[in-house]
Design a protein around this ligand. Structure first.
Ligand SMILES: Cc1cc2nc3c(=O)[nH]c(=O)nc-3n(C[C@H](O)[C@H](O)[C@H](O)COP(=O)(O)OP(=O)(O)OC[C@H]3O[C@@H](n4cnc5c(N)ncnc54)[C@H](O)[C@@H]3O)c2cc1C
Length: 512
């Protein structure tokens, strides 16, 4: 059998990016994926005449350079560098937020662009504009800082650190601060703060827990570089990876589940496949969470102490109930205009977060309608509406097999009815296709604990900056074994998984 320099376990976004990085560097790489197609979350599926996007609402750091800051996004540079052939489409609005609280409610659509966003906020919350400008100025500095770090390859040496402190010392001071703490210090009025924080559940932490630096960087990047999607859905991106990896000499085996990772004396030796085959290899890049690998796929005697501590200390990120509707009316007839909408019972995301642990609170969800951006993404005369409702805990843990199907139906029905009630729109008479993916579906499909789709929730000691600092050496506990994906140093999400794949592949190449 061909001898490989490196095996990548899992063809999710992180694994595909790592594999492309290795292949481009001339390494013999083999990707092992348990499903019959690439992408993990980055996929689509067909029901009747509809092809549903499974996950992607927006990609970050994808600016094409034709924007007010003239910056080509780091993720676009990375993906272009792999030679991916994808038809990218920009989303021209930031978000719509509907808070249906009878006293403090609002319904606001926020545009992309710094000037446009600031003006829209000033209109919605008079007097807030100058504070928003101040927050976004931090965003600009954070982007410069991150760009500088990337250009210096995140060098661990003392000289780079000193230079970084001299240039970005003030920024380092805001890194440990929470989003709420910084926005309160800046003086953003409460309503403007809540609107600004609308994207919060992309980070899997509320604004008391979430690093201001990470949140502000993400929001500033969306506003200046726009959110992006792929015309043929995220499956197009994953298939473009498949094509690029093979063209660069890499191999991908689908329908190939890895059962165990063979480690002896602190060094990787190879992988066991589910149906008995053993592949020898000294370098394994895992697109699976360390909790899964060290919890189930490795000889317990070989699990390093640090990994045991990390498994206990880390909080599994949000899981998700997704509802996909194919409607027999065109988007224009739906009477609801927006691409991505956050529906909330309160603007205060600390309260929203508290309610996310229960199976009985289906009052906060995201609604995505791709037809707003790509009108012909569904057959003529139809449109697709997708709901995503997040849970912070293992909400489905105690659900029995008998209860499961009824529960799925109940949650789906309650979400639809709730949306109908607050908007006055009739969805139910127009449903042609309806598909549900519960946390149980996600757990089975991805193999993640609790059906987690967002990696590990960030914490003060476990946010992006601490992870980046320890991701090179400290969290590299087994020789020849590295991890990449939405659970990695860069946090969750498509762009972060792509970046993490490249980052960890680079570290592994240094070691090889
Ligand atoms: C509903 C929803 C909406 C989202 N929307 C967005 C969005 O708009 N923007 C955004 O940036 N992010 C979004 N995300 C998050 C994003 O999809 C994930 O953070 C990201 O795709 C995770 O990528 P990953 O590299 O960790 O791989 P995963 O997607 O977790 O893939 C892991 C891969 O490993 C494979 N695998 C698992 N076990 C084995 C094994 N033993 N052997 C072989 N293969 C194995 C799996 O089959 C899978 O292909 C969304 C997620 C969800 C669920």
């Amino acid at each position: 059998m061909k001898k490989y320099d490196v095996i990548v376990v899992g063809a999710g976004n992180g694994g595909l990016s790592a594999a492309a990085y290795f292949a481009r560097a001339g390494k013999k790489v083999l990707v092992l994926e348990k499903h019959n197609l690439p992408g993990g979350c980055a996929t689509s599926f067909v029901r009747g005449r509809f092809e549903f996007e499974a996950t992607l609402h927006e990609l970050c750091q994808m600016g094409d350079g034709k924007n007010e800051v003239g910056r080509v996004g780091a993720v676009r540079q990375l993906l272009d560098g792999y030679g991916l052939n994808v038809d990218w489409v920009a989303v021209e609005e930031a978000f719509r937020t509907i808070v249906y609280d009878p006293e403090k409610g609002y319904d606001v659509t926020m545009p992309v662009g710094i000037k446009e966003f600031t003006a829209a906020m000033e209109k919605e919350v008079p007097g807030s504009g100058k504070f928003v400008q101040c927050v976004l100025e931090y965003g600009r500095m954070l982007c410069d800082g991150v760009e500088w770090l990337a250009a210096h390859n995140n060098e661990p040496g003392p000289l780079a650190k000193i230079e970084m402190l001299l240039k970005y010392g003030d920024l380092m001071k805001v890194v440990p601060k929470s989003t709420n703490e910084m926005l309160d210090r800046i003086g953003l009025p409460e309503k403007a703060k809540y609107i600004f924080e609308s994207y919060w559940d992309y980070i899997s932490a509320n604004s008391d827990q979430m690093s201001f630096a990470v949140y502000c960087f993400m929001t500033y990047t969306y506003l200046t570089q726009k959110p992006w999607i792929a015309r043929e859905k995220s499956h197009e991106i994953s298939m473009a990876f498949d094509d690029a990896i093979r063209k660069m000499g890499g191999d991908i085996w689908y329908n190939t589940e890895v059962d165990r990772i063979d480690i002896k004396d602190g060094r990787v030796k190879g992988v066991h496949l589910k149906y008995g085959q053993y592949i020898e290899c000294e370098n394994v890049m895992c697109n699976l969470m360390p909790t899964v690998v060290f919890g189930r796929m490795v000889d317990p005697a070989e699990v390093p102490e640090r990994e045991k501590k990390l498994i206990s200390a880390r909080i599994i990120g949000q899981n998700c109930f997704t509802l996909y509707l194919g409607l027999d009316i065109p988007y224009e007839q739906l009477g609801f205009k927006a691409y991505d909408t956050f529906v909330r019972f309160t603007g205060d995301n600390v309260k929203q977060y508290e309610s996310f642990g229960s199976l009985d609170t289906h009052r906060d969800y995201c609604v995505t309608i791709i037809n707003e951006v790509i009108p012909d993404c569904s057959p003529e005369g139809t449109c697709m509406v997708q709901f995503a409702k997040f849970y912070t805990d293992d909400a489905f843990r105690d659900v029995t097999e008998e209860e499961y199907f009824k529960l799925k139906d109940r949650i789906a029905r309650e979400i639809v009815e709730h949306f109908e009630k607050i908007t006055g729109i009739d969805l139910q008479s127009h449903i042609e296709e309806l598909v549900v993916a519960s946390p149980v579906t996600w757990a089975r499909y991805l193999g993640t604990p609790q059906g987690d789709v967002y990696g590990y929730s960030p914490a003060g000691w476990d946010g992006m900056f601490p992870r980046v600092q320890s991701g090179h050496k400290l969290d590299h506990t087994v020789q020849g074994l590295r991890f990449c994906g939405g659970h990695g140093t860069q946090m969750d999400g498509y762009s972060q998984a792509y970046l993490s794949g490249a980052e960890q592949a680079r570290y592994m190449l240094e070691e090889m």
